[in-house]
Ligand binder design. Sequence first.
Ligand code: GUN
Length: 278
Amino acid sequence: MTQIIDGKKISQEIKEEVKAKVEALQAKGIVRTLAVIQVGNDPASAVYVNNKKKACAYVGIRSLSYELAEETTQEELLALIGELNQREDVDGILVQLPLPKHIDEDRVLLAISPEKDVDGFHPMNVGNLSIGRPGYVSCTPAGIIELLKRSGIAIEGKECVVLGRSNIVGKPMAMLLLRENGTVTVCHSRTKDVKEITRRADILVVAVGKPMLVDETYVKEGAVVIDVGIHRDAANRLCGDVNFERVAPHCTAITPVPGGVGPMTIAMLMKNCAEGCR
Ligand code: GUN
């Protein structure tokens, strides 16, 4: 029987743990505050930002909302970040991506104080992850590690293949799997004979952003498959980067879409906000 990894249930467990932690801090008079910045009105970003604010309310984290116009200049955004960096009552700063084209994303991420970078996107936190030092870790890959651990799936000594090399998921995912003593290979758009590599994987993480790309021909019998993609198919149903129907029968465990990796991102953001970057 294939184990369907329940990201909804596991993310709820994490949110309950965070809520208890936040309540314990409140009892000591400590309030955690997250500043959430959105520039422009990309509808998908608006949904994500709203969900993040709702999660804050649920776990007891105070959220400050900055909804800036599309025409906001880079200087104005940097000035706001500078001000939030200085504020002692602000613990975390999150700038929702993507930003409008006239704003340099790298410049903005660099401006966020690494101590308040709850998304784990600042080069200092990325660097700390890669050399095994404490720091904030990108929420989606950190959530995948939690999914694996809480589903009783060992990483140590396993062949781990990450399909995709984005800064937000693929690269930090590879670093985290390595930190857990997996043997890690990263495949990307220029990789030759991708399937030969993915078919070696005990744990295959797919984060390529292509609907239903991965079918059973990519997967070793008995593998664990983690699907980071989220798309709408022709019938307007949610689907992932993995063809679930075709792949699931060959797996020991697999994440569904929706209800797999998706809910973990916000749960881990809440954990980062509550706990800091130990
Ligand atoms: N856009 C897509 N995913 C993310 C995320 O995890 N954090 C932020 N800030 N923006 C995103």
